[in-house]
Design a protein around this ligand. Structure first.
Ligand SMILES: [Zn+2]
Length: 137
């Protein structure tokens, strides 16, 4: 029997803390099942994974900030852009333009639209569901 398990089974409330014993037992087991590279101590692997985790969290936060900024610019739901009927913020109604877009949207979009052969021209206020009023002639 593993001496750690024996110590756990006979633990009488004195000596090492029970949680410490369990933690040590788990760590021993992890080290026994250790990585493909036995020369690399578990602590180094854990440290490397923690650094990777921090990096991924920073990248995720940056991506979330970017998407929220893009949604604000386009007047869309920052969580789903209107693509999710179960969205707690918009219930699927948050497509671009469903909210007031930022005034800098036109300047930001202009180069991309020009590459498609379009040109933004300031016009009259659109009415209805995003359509210009019908001409009467
Ligand atoms: Zn939404």
């Amino acid at each position: 029997m593993d001496p750690m398990i024996a110590q756990l089974l006979t633990h009488n409330g004195t000596g090492p803390d029970l949680n410490q014993l369990l933690l040590q037992l788990l760590q021993n087991r992890l080290e026994q099942q250790a990585p493909d590279n036995p020369d690399q101590p578990l602590e180094r692997s854990i440290g490397r994974l923690r650094r990777k985790n921090r990096l991924l969290r920073r990248r995720l936060l940056a991506a979330n900030r970017f998407v929220e900024g893009l949604a604000r610019l386009m007047g869309a739901c920052p969580r789903c852009f209107g693509q999710d009927d179960d969205c707690p913020l918009c219930h699927g109604g948050g497509a671009p333009g469903s909210r007031q877009p930022a005034t800098e949207l036109a300047a930001w979009m202009q180069p991309a639209l020009e590459r498609l052969g379009y040109r933004l021209v300031p016009g009259e206020q659109l009415t209805g569901a995003g359509r210009a009023p019908e001409s009467s002639n």
